[in-house]
Design a protein around this ligand. Structure first.
Ligand SMILES: NC(=O)c1ccc[n+]([C@@H]2O[C@H](COP(=O)([O-])OP(=O)(O)OC[C@H]3O[C@@H](n4cnc5c(N)ncnc54)[C@H](OP(=O)(O)O)[C@@H]3O)[C@@H](O)[C@H]2O)c1
Length: 259
């Protein structure tokens, strides 16, 4: 009989996760370490990454803080190269870094649009490409998880930000495209779509009582998520036993998309 480890263990695997200095990325990085992966933590705020790396190492895995601005192409290639030099070839990529610049569409500036597309879509795409080509050359398969949003497949009735909607929908379909192209290399590419969670990204919105109440009301579970509630979904998508799951989106949203 197979064991839980046969199904889910990432021991001996190397994972790179972006946006690991705050919010959902911290809990997703912890999940990778719980499953035994060695983890490269990528974001701009180095001290926060160092502190999480220290915590993860205490649990028995290797962890490295890699400071990078994913808005800069050269930083992306450098983060991948540094990960491979310090931890070995990448088996798991989690594209989690993101920004949400809001504003009504009639006044949504070109700068907000460009910044949002640049980080949420282009940086994730460049990381998929950089890591994917190395996975293909190595021939050992791999797992790629792109963190999208419930706003990848529907409009946002509360927090308006057309650039965010476009980027997340684009990332969802890039996920499908890569899944189809790279299935022959045993690389699975899936999306993890959160509903609403309290983080730095959302604190401004949830600080307004009427927005928070509306968010909770439109979520069938009637509450915001706990970031740890994303961990099991990530481990499902990265599991060695999930090799037939590709091109799909797992929503962890308290039922937001079920209406
Ligand atoms: N919170 C939610 O309710 C929610 C809902 C749906 C989807 N999501 C998605 O979940 C992901 C994580 O969101 P979150 O709520 O955890 O956001 P968050 O708390 O604002 O954290 C964002 C992370 O992205 C990193 N980041 C931002 N700009 C970066 C850059 N230029 N280069 C490198 N890293 C950068 C930040 O690190 P540094 O500032 O240190 O660089 C931080 O680690 C995002 O993709 C978001 O769209 C969140």
């Amino acid at each position: 009989m197979r064991t839980l480890d046969d199904l889910f263990s990432l021991r001996g695997k190397t994972a790179l996760i972006t946006g690991a200095s705050a919010g959902l990325g911290v809990e997703l990085a912890r999940a990778l370490a719980i499953a035994g992966a060695d983890v490269a933590l990528v974001a701009r705020r180095r001290e926060r990454l160092e502190s999480l790396a220290t915590e993860l190492r205490a649990s028995g895995v290797r962890a490295e803080a890699i400071a990078a601005d994913l808005g800069v192409d050269a930083d992306i290639e450098d983060a991948v190269t540094q990960t491979e030099q310090r931890l070995g070839p990448i088996d798991v990529l989690v594209n989690n870094a993101g920004i949400a610049l809001v504003g009504p569409s009639e006044r949504y500036s070109r700068d907000k649009w460009d910044q949002t597309i640049r980080l949420n879509l282009t940086a994730a795409w460049l990381l998929c490409q950089e890591v994917g080509k190395r996975m293909i050359a190595r021939g050992a398969g791999g797992r790629i998880v792109n963190v999208t949003s419930v706003i990848s497949s529907a409009a946002n009735p509360i927090y308006h930000g057309a650039g965010y909607s476009a980027a997340k929908a684009g990332l969802m379909n890039v996920t499908r495209q890569l899944a189809v192209e790279w299935a022959q290399h045993r690389i699975t590419v899936n999306a993890l779509a959160p509903g609403w969670f309290p983080t730095e990204m959302t604190e401004g919105g949830f600080a307004k009582e009427k927005f928070r109440t509306k968010t909770e009301t439109l979520t069938p579970m009637g509450r915001l998520g706990d970031p740890r509630e994303l961990q099991s979904a990530l481990l499902f998508l990265t599991a060695p036993s999930s090799g037939f799951v590709t091109g799909t989106t797992v929503f962890v949203d308290g039922g937001w998309t079920a209406w």
